[in-house]
Design a protein around this ligand. Structure first.
Ligand code: MG
Length: 161
């Protein structure tokens, strides 16, 4: 068993789509960035890479690569998990926390779980998505940005030898 942790944060900008775990959330602003800036999926991607010790998202999908501009983070996640599986790893479970002041995400949690499970080709019961605020404190509390954390457990089906 191998554990991995990922963290990501993005500035929120007016007129950007708010896409979280691959689900579009109605909102006046959204995370700014080179890709679709899906912070929870970036955190999850880094957690998988961390568990498999395969590097990090910034190294594998650099924001200086014009070919990656506007790329779907679900595609980044799926490609990353395919690499991890190629190294012998299978997902046991993932737990994602989204930190955002507004809007409320409770009505989108199940759609986000389903989206992540589909991207990974796993059962929805392997995926947890939680949302919380930081009670108007700090950059998420003022609405300046969004943060996300993810923890995953991977099982290695091969020997290290
Ligand atoms: Mg990011």
């Amino acid at each position: 068993m191998r554990i991995g942790h990922g963290y990501d944060a993005h500035r929120l900008a007016p007129g950007r789509d708010m896409i979280l775990c691959g689900v579009k959330i109605p909102c006046e602003s959204g995370p700014d960035g080179h890709s679709d800036a899906d912070a929870p999926l970036h955190a999850l991607t880094d957690a998988i890479l961390g568990a498999a010790a395969l590097g990090d998202i910034g190294k594998l999908f650099p924001d200086t690569d014009e070919a990656l501009r506007g790329i779907s983070s679900r595609a980044i996640l799926a490609e990353t998990y395919a690499s991890a599986r190629g190294a012998g790893y299978e997902l046991v479970n993932a737990d994602i926390t989204i930190v955002l002041q507004e809007p409320k995400l409770s009505g989108y949690i199940e759609a986000m779980r389903r989206s992540v499970a589909e991207a990974l080709g796993c059962d929805i019961r392997q995926i947890s998505v939680k949302a919380k605020t930081e009670e108007r404190m700090g950059f998420t509390g003022t609405g300046e940005g969004i943060a996300s954390h993810a923890v995953v457990l991977l099982e290695n089906r091969r020997d290290y030898a």
